[in-house]
Design a protein around this ligand. Structure first.
Ligand code: ADP
Ligand code: 2DT
Ligand code: MG
Length: 212
């Protein structure tokens, strides 16, 4: 673990419904941080580049069918397989801007009807985000943004269930961002929150573990 005095990078996660703006905001944030001379990398989950990520990708594009619990555990394993590199990066002082994490893992599987605590269990002990930026938007407004793609989960009824499950996960590390504002205004709100957390982590704020 990290001692309370060690300077480190911040672990920032963006969460939200499909089309809430996560990927656009992650890209903007990364270029802003790098322009400021802050060491930062953009990550995303699922990380489709690994063997496990490949299985997940086939499932999402519906070219493979998997049991709900099986795919849930694959998503979790995909985070565990990246967790030591993730911690190393933070310890080296690199801030990580991450598009989805364990919070998506629980919200999407619980939305299928799996038990909420069962969904949380496999991620217990993973590094916890220092800041979860929840891009808040109604499922209807998100759906109106150019329609959904062809992947699994990309439909209004399911997204409504996901929104309810996300609500149950919110804790003191979450900041709700109004995702219906313009792309630039959302980015402005995100930057303010992120710079504060980066400062705290550079002053040695401890890295926490899920789910505490
Ligand atoms: P996500 O990664 O959450 O699915 P994206 O960043 O891919 O969301 O954005 C989904 C779509 O919505 C894109 O076409 C994007 O240009 C558009 N979009 C993103 N943010 C906004 C915003 N604040 N206002 C209007 N449209 C947006
Ligand atoms: P995008 O690549 O467009 O974000 O879609 N998901 C994600 C889960 O069901 N469980 C998880 O643990 C994670 C990280 C959300 C990825 C899709 O995969 C879902 C949408
Ligand atoms: Mg995206």
């Amino acid at each position: 673990g990290l001692s309370a005095s060690e300077s480190r990078g911040a672990f920032i996660v963006l969460e939200g419904l499909d089309r809430s703006g996560k990927s656009s905001q992650c890209a903007n944030l990364l270029s802003f941080l790098n322009k400021q001379g802050i060491a930062a990398e953009a990550w995303r989950f699922p990380d489709r580049s690994t063997g496990i990520g490949n299985m997940i990708s086939s499932y999402l594009s519906s070219s493979a069918d998997l049991d709900d619990r099986t795919v849930h555990l694959l998503f979790s394993a995909n985070r565990w397989e990246k967790s030591s590199l993730l911690e190393t990066k933070l310890r080296e002082g690199t801030t990580l801007v991450v598009d989805r994490y364990s919070y998506s893992g629980v919200a999407f599987s619980a939305a299928k009807g799996l038990d909420f605590n069962w969904c949380k269990a496999p991620d217990e002990g993973l590094p916890a985000a220092d800041l979860v930026l929840y891009l808040n938007i109604s499922p209807e407004i998100a759906a109106a943004r150019g329609g959904y793609g062809a992947e699994r989960y990309e439909n209004l009824n399911f997204q409504k269930k996901v929104a309810n499950c996300y609500k149950r996960l919110q804790d003191s590390t979450w900041k709700t961002i109004d995702a219906t504002k313009s792309i630039d205004d959302v980015q402005e709100d995100i930057r303010k929150a992120v710079l504060l957390v980066i400062a705290k982590c550079s002053q040695g704020q401890e890295l926490h573990r899920l789910w505490s």
